[in-house]
Ligand binder design. Sequence first.
Ligand code: ATP
Ligand code: MG
Length: 379
Amino acid sequence: MKSKELSELIFEGVVTLTIVYLLYMGMLMILARLVSAPPVLLRQMPSLRSVVLIVDAFMSIYRDIFQWIAAIFAGVFTWWRLARRYKQMQLGHILDELHYIAAGNFDYRIDANNSGSYVDVVNSINTLVESTVEAMEEERKIEQSKDELITNVSHDIRTPLTSIIGYLGLIEAGQFETNEEATRYIHIAYTKALQMKVLVDDLFEYTRVRQPTTPLLLKTINLGHFLEQVAADYELESRKRNVEIEVFLKTDPLMVEVDVDKIARVFNNLISNALKYGHGATWIHIEAEKIGSEVVIAVKNNGERIPSKALEEVFGRFYRVENSRSKETGGTGLGLAIAQSIVALHGGYIYAESDEKETKFVLHLPLEQKGKKEEKANA
Ligand code: ATP
Ligand code: MG
């Protein structure tokens, strides 16, 4: 409390006590007057007059007690007034502090310990400030991540675009010796253009599946058959890399309701990742089993482990472990970010684990899409 406030309180106390004292004295004087020179009205009402006389007699016998009662009353009344005033002051402080926070000092919190009876209010305010600051922080992060997205996309588009312009420029300027050389330049430009298209398509898909309202084209499928089919598409490539792909079904048959194209995209990415980045792997195992009301599917490989620090990041867009190495394989780094969003659209989740023995990506998917039934009917 400031000294100004303390003197204000003292002044208020003195004023209150004086008022109570004057009231008390006034009351005594009125009583004495009613006894010594009663007004006409009182003289006409003998019963009322006797009451006045009794009160007067009573007061002169028990004067001490009455004085005590008056003193106690004065004390309680003053205390009550001061407490009210003090509370007002506390509220004033809280308001001042709130203005201070609102002025941009978002790290500041009102001290609940000094808030007396306003502890609950202050705690609620602090919680509110906390959640508002968090929301602002979240907003800032989103804004920042949008900027990053634009930077990454610009960068990833600029690299192939520079090549395209370079090679087409050579052709336009006639800087080639033979037709074969020109064809080679065109081929490089064409490949780079295709690479750009993959990036743009992925980016489009990524922003699409990021929307929680994206509709799913749901169908109930036999998961075993589906996984076998997806794995079969990689037969040639896996044979080339000396990797064996196998599907293990712990529950058979296993029926799940999914958007087939989207889920196929998830597994295509997981398997192609295992082939591309699971350096030294000799097998890729796809294991599926029903647990309760969900299906758990793991895509494992026994290749080089993903460092634990990178493990937290692999689902982030554009993230590639050891950038340069992965760059050669031509990925955009959007695959797992898209996979994560697709799994989330199905009400499931995905995570990765990796150790010396194996690297695995594990998906949890609900067997049925209960909440999304209507969408399907409307589709
Ligand atoms: P895209 O899938 O868009 O073509 P990408 O494969 O590089 O590009 P993601 O699928 O998101 O992108 O994978 C991100 C990174 O995670 C990869 O670049 C790779 O470094 C790492 N990674 C993913 N799967 C594995 C795996 N099975 N073993 C080792 N590293 C992996
Ligand atoms: Mg990938």
